[in-house]
Design a binder for this molecule. Structure first.
Ligand code: KIV
Ligand code: ZN
Length: 511
């Protein structure tokens, strides 16, 4: 009998710390429902003390999700722990994840605390968290650069205080597999009562080794891996959930544990997170990249046709590639539309929102014969963002673009219900459209990133555009989708502006 490997997904917390990946409550709920369907054991739904909006989103997720434990992060202080405790109160199974840094550099320069004070704060936070739930996790931030003796002391004390999961983070992505595995082995060997708790690993990908390090920790006794869909996360990201899960499953000859993940939900989860955050998945990304199962070279194709296992170690359908199915068409009715949304975990907040989205679906079905699940997600992501500020809306856009002429855009917007219009020239049709919008809105935002991807295949596919804007240190991603990529671009630009105008002040847990 294999041990159970706990999969702790932090897409909604560490993943959300990626630049511009901040999500609305509605978007977080959609991802949480998909993570539950995927079979994730613990969903870290956010950092409750970041803002009232963050606390509210965690609370909503806690009241909806029944099949996974819902967790909130908390620094080791009273305000954070109480905010986390309140946020997870409605959960069928709730966890508080409290942390404090234990490395000399973090204790001295960031916390300005002595090692004794750090131990005291850790113990106090764990005890306080136990007032809300008996499922308390403790993390020693920057464990990778912490002194081993001190790390053992902190972990010993928090076990005595009642922590059930001990997480060992490589916060800065500095380790390499042989050292990370050894660190886990030594901790389990040296910390008293280490067999009474679950040891966890949380690795960042700064040197491209987050997954390898996580697996090395598992081989040395860790039984929880903290990871994110598509490896989203701070800087170079976190360990990618799909890679960890499939490595453990595919190499059963090496690992003595396994997760309860429904691997056929991996690709749908990847698509959803990418669509909502605007972070595209690189084509050669393991498991979920568009090329992960395509065999370009003739020799490989021949081999795969004769016998699949000549070049394939996993089956595309086992990770959900065949789930990309045709769902609805032009003749589909409102009920079929609502039912499919429901099956995808998308619950519209009101009949009015459903009607608006259904009308958009009909418009799309007129332009595009076949509607896939991805199209529906894009439709809802763009049209159904009920809790984003939607001050600006695109009323119409006309762009003149021809060889030898400077592109010229004419845009009509609704600004809080009042129609405004502008025209402007630009280097290309997208540039002209953005300039026309800026001429009236005067946001002063800087464009950091512009990217277009096709949602499905074919020239009638919807283009999915991401626009990343920054203003006064705040970074947001806006998304837009349309069969016309210039219109999709204008929608993405307005979506980003709405997010900039609506964003509330939020605290970062690690700064
Ligand atoms: O990377 C890290 O150390 C973290 C902690 C908050 C667990 O994300
Ligand atoms: Zn982290």
């Amino acid at each position: 009998m294999n041990d159970k490997l706990v999969i702790f997904d932090t897409t909604l917390r560490d993943g959300e710390q990626s630049p511009g990946a901040a999500m609305t409550k509605d978007e977080k709920i959609r991802i949480a429902r998909q993570l539950e369907r995927l079979g994730v054991d613990v969903i870290e739904a956010g950092f409750a003390a970041a803002s009232p909006g963050d606390a509210e989103a965690i609370k909503s997720i806690a009241s909806i999700i029944k099949g996974s434990t819902v967790c909130s992060l908390a620094r080791a202080n009273e305000r954070d722990v109480r905010a986390a405790g309140e946020a997870i109160r409605p959960a069928a199974s709730g966890r508080i994840h409290t942390f404090i840094a234990t490395s000399p550099i973090h204790m001295e320069k960031k916390l300005r605390m002595t090692p004794d004070q750090v131990v005291e704060a850790a113990v106090k936070a764990v005890k306080m968290a136990l007032e809300y739930t008996d499922d308390v996790e403790f993390s020693a931030e920057d464990a990778v650069r912490s002194e081993m003796d001190f790390l053992c002391r902190v972990f010993d004390e928090v076990i005595k205080a009642g922590a059930k999961t001990l997480n060992v983070p490589d916060t800065v992505g500095y380790s390499i597999p042989v050292l990370w595995g050894e660190r886990m082995r030594q901790l389990i060997e040296r910390v008293p009562s280490s067999d009474q708790v679950i040891w966890s690993t949380h690795c960042h990908n700064d040197l491209g080794m987050a997954v390898a390090n996580s697996l090395a920790a598992v081989m040395n006794g860790a039984r929880q891996v903290e990871c994110t869909i598509n490896g989203l996360g701070e800087r170079a990201g976190n360990a990618s959930l799909e890679e960890v899960v499939m490595a453990v499953k595919t190499r059963r000859d090496v690992f003595t544990c396994d997760s309860r993940i429904d691997t056929t939900q991996i690709v749908p989860s990847s698509r959803l997170v990418s669509q909502i955050t605007g972070y595209p998945v690189q084509p050669n990304k393991a498991i979920v990249g568009a090329n992960a199962f395509s065999h370009e070279s003739g020799i490989h194709q021949d081999g795969v046709l004769k016998h699949r296992e000549t070049y394939e170690i996993m089956r595309a359908e086992d990770v959900g590639w065949s789930h990309n199915k045709l769902t609805l068409g032009k003749l589909s009715g409102r009920n079929a539309f609502r039912t499919r949304l429901h099956e995808l975990g998308i619950i519209m907040e009101s009949e009015e929102a459903l009607n608006v989205t259904f009308a958009r679906f009909k418009e799309l079905a007129d332009k595009k014969r076949e509607i896939f699940d991805e199209d529906l997600h894009a439709l809802v992501a763009v049209e159904g963002g009920v809790d984003t500020c939607d001050r600006l809306k695109l009323v119409s856009l006309k762009v003149c673009s021809e060889t030898g002429e400077t592109p010229h855009a004419f845009v009509v917007l609704s600004d809080g219900g009042t129609e405004i219009s502008a025209d402007e020239f630009g280097g290309g049709p997208v540039d002209a459209s953005f300039r026309a919008i800026e001429k009236r809105v005067e946001s002063g935002a800087t464009l950091l990133l512009y990217s277009v991807n096709n949602i499905t295949t074919g020239t009638d596919a919807q283009g999915e555009v991401t626009v990343r804007l920054s203003r006064n240190g705040r970074i947001v991603n806006g998304q837009g989708a349309d069969t016309d990529i210039v219109i999709a671009s204008a929608k993405a630009y307005l979506n980003a502006l709405n997010k900039l105008f609506g964003a509330e002040e939020r605290a970062h847990p690690q700064v």
